[in-house]
Design a protein around this ligand. Structure first.
Ligand SMILES: C[S@@+](CC[C@H](N)C(=O)[O-])C[C@H]1O[C@@H](n2cnc3c(N)ncnc32)[C@H](O)[C@@H]1O
Length: 212
């Protein structure tokens, strides 16, 4: 399955679960002290850089975009699922949310202070990651930051039930942190911090990198 098909698969899946996702995950994030502390550290670094807004790519219901905004960092959200974006706009009417792909940003060269990919790269086939990282590098200002959250592992996992729905069908990529760090280095990003956390089914990782 190519990148376009995987985006289509993600769009279908998140359109289907948009309501239950929005009803559960933001509350979980509010309780996730370790995850929020990584996002807060990222926000402080971006704010100190003063280089531009954060693009929250694969923003879901917009709760992390809103969290960044409360920390004083201008932020907007982008998501492939139109129903998810509609929900984000309803929940956070003052913020900007766009339907779009994390692989093709509507942002001028060097215009972003940060890119957040908080559990959204898991739908991108590994072969497509170099082009995605190249696109983020293009849009980021020199010294800009990228924060990624992802599931640690190798290969893929098939998901047939999620967020209270038994009828979804999509694949997620499991990622080895050292492999991701190497791919990001090739794209021009230097590792700043890596946090590994025990998860319910598998280990989770938060990786912070910076454009040289
Ligand atoms: C697991 S959810 C994470 C949502 C949010 N970041 C959070 O932390 O709750 C993955 C999100 O990424 C979006 N997504 C998947 N592939 C995408 C792509 N290629 N471009 C933009 N958004 C994408 C999905 O629609 C979904 O909202």
């Amino acid at each position: 399955m190519g990148a376009g098909e995987r985006e289509e698969e993600a769009r279908r899946a998140y359109d289907a679960v948009a309501g239950t996702y929005a009803a559960t995950v933001p509350e979980r994030f509010a309780q996730d002290v370790r995850g929020r502390s990584m996002v807060a550290a990222f926000a402080e670094l971006v704010a100190r850089g003063g280089a531009g807004p954060v693009a929250d790519l694969g923003c879901g219901p917009g709760h992390v975009t809103a969290f960044l905004q409360t920390l004083g960092v201008p932020a907007y959200g982008v998501d492939i699922s139109a129903l998810t974006v509609a929900g984000a706009r309803r929940a956070h009417p003052r913020l900007r949310f766009e339907v779009g792909s994390l692989a093709a940003l509507d942002a001028a060269d060097g215009s972003l202070g940060g890119v957040l990919s908080w559990w959204s790269l898991l739908h991108t086939p590994p072969v497509e990651r170099p082009a995605v990282f190249g696109e983020w590098h293009r849009a980021l200002a020199p010294g800009g930051y990228v924060l990624l959250g992802f599931h640690v592992g190798e290969g893929q996992s098939q998901v047939r039930a999620a967020y209270g729905h038994e009828d979804v069908d999509y694949v997620i990529e499991l990622i080895r942190p050292e492999e991701l760090i190497a791919e990001l280095a090739v794209a021009g990003f230097a590792r700043e911090a890596l946090l590994l956390l025990p998860g319910v089914r598998r280990e989770q990782a938060c990786l912070l990198v910076r454009k040289a």
